[in-house]
Design a protein around this ligand. Sequence first.
Ligand code: NCD
Ligand code: ZN
Length: 346
Amino acid sequence: MQTLTLPRPDDWHLHLRDGAMLQAVLPETARHFARAIVMPNLVPPVVTLDDARAYHDRIMATLPPGMAFQPLMTLYLTEGTDPADVERAAASGLVKAVKLYPAGATTNSQSGVRDLAKVMPVLETMARIGLPLCTHGEVTTPEVDIFDREAVFIDTVLDPLRRRLPELRVVMEHITTEEGVAYAAQGGENLAATITTHHLILNRNHILAGGIRPHYYCLPVAKRERHRLALRRAATSGNPCYFLGTDSAPHVDALKEAACGCAGCFTATNTLSLLAHVFEEESALDRLEGFVARHGPAFYRLPVNTATITLEKRPDPCTWPEKIVSGSGPVTVFNPGFPVHWHVVT
Ligand code: NCD
Ligand code: ZN
């Protein structure tokens, strides 16, 4: 039997939602992860320090007794965001990043940014104080094919922004392409990229071939196989510019299995087992620790967790609930489509 003991991992991109959904999904993350960067795309969004403080308190009030978990809060950047509020939010220690959603790019992004010029004072403040910007890196122009939106964002939005503000610390969230992998690698110490679990497993055939699979639909949408392979090489490379952000994004089945189904894969429950499987396939189990527990804290200038987690490879495959039951309905747990033998034991 093989065992693997790592510092307790962190999730650098997570959707926890609110209310009944928060209650259902929070234990799924807190069971394995010490901290997570919590996305602010609630309705209405988490825009100000006061919003973030109130959301933080709701998360902590929902955490089951005996579980240790620290939510790292983010602010949702809008064209009305006040630079002084952002500076106070960073100084409070509660807020660890600001999230850029191009308006219309994804779930609950309608309050996002239409014109980057309008948020330059906020970005300049963030560059000065070292507060990271997390980007949903897709353009929203209808003329741009959905499979090209990440590459076009890098060329037309991200690269010009970083040339204009080289001191701005940026996390390219949930990269899905060779272009994203390559751009992150050449960006120096102010640039990093998160990679999700599901993008290491899925290519676009999994969504569309042999029937449409709504539970594999997320944004950015999974791309061709060569992009998935580039993401696998990046995640397992040991390069500290890449780290885990699951983008675990729960939606009730009724909203996923619909004529216009919404985007998001719910992977909190089985992410660590799946990652151990992927890293073993890539002969890189020794690099899992960097990806899930060391590179993220290094970029966010936080200590590595002292608590640990242990995984064991067993002959019997892992079993998970097919669905997590929430007060607003069932949420389907990501099904990788193959057996996984790495059990999280502590
Ligand atoms: C996310 C969600 O549901 O909030 N969905 C997704 O497909 N990833 C939003 C996001 O991160 O784009
Ligand atoms: Zn997300």
